[in-house]
Design a protein around this ligand. Structure first.
Ligand SMILES: [Zn+2]
Length: 184
């Protein structure tokens, strides 16, 4: 799954994923001007959508301003903060490139921009569970298309091996081969 640039007119990168003073900046800041179209970086389902903020009240929605989160159903989420207007609702299916809202300056923001996060969990703004989106937006790096159920697969293998072992210990297999021999 490729991510597309979440600003339709791209604009400029105003801050990257990095340590900033005493806190870690867990996303990338992109700016194309107030009202610029913000689009979904990939298809998925809206799992969070909160608005009600106007520019100037920095603590609105804990600083996120008007924001939304998309679950890409491959183990990854993208989050979009500081909208002026947000057009999507929780539960809504979204196609890659579909408009989510317009760029703004709501929440903890000093100048219109989009704060964009790529995550494996919904603990927004926490460094843990966040991923640098830059290589996915600008270097062609791709996310998996579907969720990797590696742990489930391991559990299944352990169960099958365990059942075979129990069967072997109880002699089921030698009985079966015994019947087969009698039959021949
Ligand atoms: Zn930011």
């Amino acid at each position: 799954m490729k991510l597309i640039h979440p600003l339709k007119n791209k604009g400029v990168v105003t801050s990257t994923y990095k340590q900033r003073g005493n806190h870690f900046h867990t996303g990338i800041d992109l700016a194309a001007g107030v009202g610029a179209k913000i689009v979904a970086a990939a298809s998925g389902i809206v799992v969070q959508s909160t608005s009600g903020c106007t520019a100037g009240y920095q603590r609105c929605n804990k600083g996120l301003g008007n924001y939304c989160v998309i679950d890409h159903q491959n183990g990854y989420y993208t989050a979009y903060f500081h909208f002026t207007n947000l057009y999507v609702k929780v539960g809504q299916k979204i196609q890659a490139g579909e408009q989510l809202g317009t760029e703004g300056n709501t929440g903890y923001s000093f100048g219109s921009h989009l704060h964009f996060e790529l995550r494996i969990d919904l603990n927004l703004v926490q460094k843990e569970g966040s991923i640098d989106p830059y290589p996915y937006l600008f270097d062609g790096k791709e996310l998996p298309d579907t969720q990797n159920n590696f742990l489930l697969e391991i559990v299944a293998v352990i169960l099958v091996v365990g059942l075979l072992y129990v069967g072997y210990k109880r002699g089921y297999f030698s009985k079966v081969s015994g019947y087969l021999k009698k039959g021949s």
